[in-house]
Design a binder for this molecule. Structure first.
Ligand SMILES: [Zn+2]
Length: 269
């Protein structure tokens, strides 16, 4: 499928990407984070809401503090470290409450599916991680976190990640009339529903490839990775193996591996 690219963005600089929404990109580039983690500053009636302060990078956190003004709250889309390492420091520096879904992150307030928070609606979107949420505003702007990113498909790593949840949460997004996604990494996604449909088709194609490998008597995940991802850089093979494992777990749970030559097993690796 086609992914979006962008030039290396400026650091410690907030750029408006939607009305009342500024993006600042942390300087933590990698093959899992693209140019770095996106921190979003949301202008609300109560002050600025900081979504995903990002990793523990002093220059990035100081820049958030400098440009945000009065911080009304700190919100995490999910508890992966590249999004939340900076939360304790920012909480200490601002006194603002931390909002998060679930219990992995020490939060002052709980995000709940369907709840309204500072003019944004919370959508629980498990899959990439079980505590992942997206935030949707009435005008169709949505913070999509790592659930939907334009630069890459999301990794789904068991046991915290769940492929069935991920695909169901993708389908659920199509029920909401969003017109612009602001992801956790990479550039904004225009025409997001077309993109979500492409992601779903991509996952279904992967699923079909895993089933075909099983049909051919393939029993080793490493061999399935070599077959399904022939052009993938070796450094990414462990991640791909866990993604394949996530598909196998889903297929086994759905009873779709039982007629085949192996019991898929639930152990990633
Ligand atoms: Zn991330």
């Amino acid at each position: 499928m086609k992914f979006l690219t962008e030039d290396v963005p400026p650091r410690e600089t907030a750029i408006e990407v939607a009305p009342g929404v500024r993006r600042m990109v942390a300087d933590n580039p990698s093959n899992m984070t693209y140019h770095g983690t996106n921190t979003y500053l949301l202008d609300t009636a109560q002050g600025v809401v900081v979504v995903d302060p990002g990793p523990d990078l002093p220059a990035h956190l100081a820049a958030i503090l400098r440009v945000a003004g009065r911080v009304a709250a700190i919100v995490a889309t999910h508890s992966h470290s590249d999004h939340v390492q900076g939360v304790p420091w920012l909480r200490e520096a601002t006194g603002a409450p931390v909002w998060a879904f679930g219990t992995r992150l020490t939060a002052d307030d709980a995000l709940c599916d369907g709840a309204e928070m500072f003019g944004w609606r919370v959508l629980h979107t498990p899959g990439h991680l079980d505590d992942h949420v997206c935030l949707l505003r009435d005008d169709g702007v949505m913070l999509s976190g790592d659930h939907v990113m334009g630069w890459s498909s999301s990794v789904v790593l068991p046991p915290e990640g769940d492929m069935a949840d991920y695909m169901m949460a993708l389908e659920r997004l199509l029920d909401h009339s969003a017109n612009l996604y602001l992801p956790g990494h990479g550039p904004v996604i225009a025409n997001p529903h077309d993109y979500v449909r492409d992601l779903l088709a991509h996952r279904r194609a992967r699923e079909a490839a895993v089933l075909a490998a099983l049909d051919d008597g393939e029993t080793e995940i490493a061999a399935m990775v070599a077959r399904i991802y022939p052009d993938l850089a070796p450094v990414l093979h462990p991640m791909a193996a866990r993604n394949v494992a996530a598909h196998l777990i889903k297929l086994e749970r759905e009873g779709r591996t039982t007629q085949r030559s192996m019991s898929a097993g639930a152990s990633p690796g």
